[in-house]
Design a protein around this ligand. Structure first.
Ligand SMILES: [Zn+2]
Length: 303
């Protein structure tokens, strides 16, 4: 669903409306995108913010929690990712997250993850900065080498204790013995119905509380400390890239438009235009594993 009122004002839209085909909109937006112009802006930017979403992880074989792929067994994955489901069906939700953890452990960072991490390292040597603000929970940015990383939806390799609140990193595979061999997404596989006492438990002294994945579930609010850091980056960046996100999850969907409203150039990299595309200066259609390495390669003006 495109913002028609905004598109109507553009020459691009009138041409597409005349042809009467949405593919024409796509084509014209892509034609409108000018990589040489983007590269010029990129070469002058001092503080770059890159907002990433499920599209970047999809290229590493990690399915989105939303959309047609968003199913695990017979359930919609967004129905599993809720505090209500965790309290009613704790074993099932842990099976699901065990599956997501094992998938992420086996996945490899894509060319897009690597291009972002290499660019951060290069710019740091030039006293320029790059920060990644991601909705992804799979840690693939970190594994690719990104160090300035704000994970707004948490991280599947961290746990939080429901009793003492302790948060810690946990990369064990499996996370506990009872989940060994469990978590198959096959619709024919029954729930393992693991007793709660055998699910991941806190190892803080004398605690033994139930652990949950340290991720933000549907219906939960984002960590205010992380959001404050995100706000600061969005207010100070002089170039913003929005990569592989369909712009439907709030508040992340508004990060790019917020930067654009300051008059700062925003470049969208996605397989197709989104509702936010008309607000941005650049749009590059295609797989971000193809487009980002070109966009973020060393510019001739760099040392
Ligand atoms: Zn605890």
């Amino acid at each position: 669903m495109l913002a028609l009122s905004e598109l109507m004002n553009t020459h691009m839209w009138r041409a597409a409306a005349h042809s009467g085909r949405w593919t024409a909109v796509n084509q014209l937006i892509r034609t409108h995108s000018d990589m040489a112009e983007f590269r010029e802006v990129f070469s002058k930017a001092r503080h770059i913010a890159i907002i990433t979403g499920a599209g970047v992880s999809a290229e590493s074989g990690i399915p989105s929690i939303r959309g047609a792929e968003g199913r695990w067994r017979t359930w919609k994955t967004q129905d599993l990712a809720t505090p209500q489901c965790f309290s009613r069906h704790t074993s099932r939700v842990w099976e699901f997250y065990h599956y997501r953890r094992e998938l992420a452990l086996r996945a490899r960072a894509s060319a897009a993850h690597r291009a972002i991490a290499e660019c951060e390292e290069r710019l740091r040597r030039q006293k320029r900065s790059l920060v990644v603000i991601t909705q992804n929970i799979d840690e693939l940015h970190r594994r690719a080498g990104s160090t300035r990383l704000l994970e707004v939806h948490g991280n599947v390799f961290q746990t939080r204790c429901l009793s003492c609140g302790n948060v810690e990193a946990n990369h064990r595979s499996p996370i506990c013995p009872s989940l060994q061999g469990k978590g198959s997404p096959d619709p024919g596989v029954p729930d393992a119905l693991i007793p709660v006492r055998d699910l991941p438990r806190c190892e803080q002294k004398a605690c033994d509380g139930l652990l949950r994945p340290h991720v933000v579930w549907f219906g939960e609010t984002l960590d205010s400390h992380i959001l404050t850091k995100v706000e600061k980056e969005l207010e100070t960046c002089d170039l913003c890239l929005v990569v592989g996100t369909a712009a439907v999850v709030y508040p992340a969907a508004m990060f790019g438009p917020q930067v654009a409203s300051r008059g700062v150039p925003v470049a969208e990299f996605n397989t197709r235009p989104t509702v936010n595309t008309p607000r941005y200066r650049f749009h590059f259609s295609g797989r971000c594993a193809d487009t980002l390495p070109v966009a973020l390669a060393p510019h001739e003006s760099e040392d």
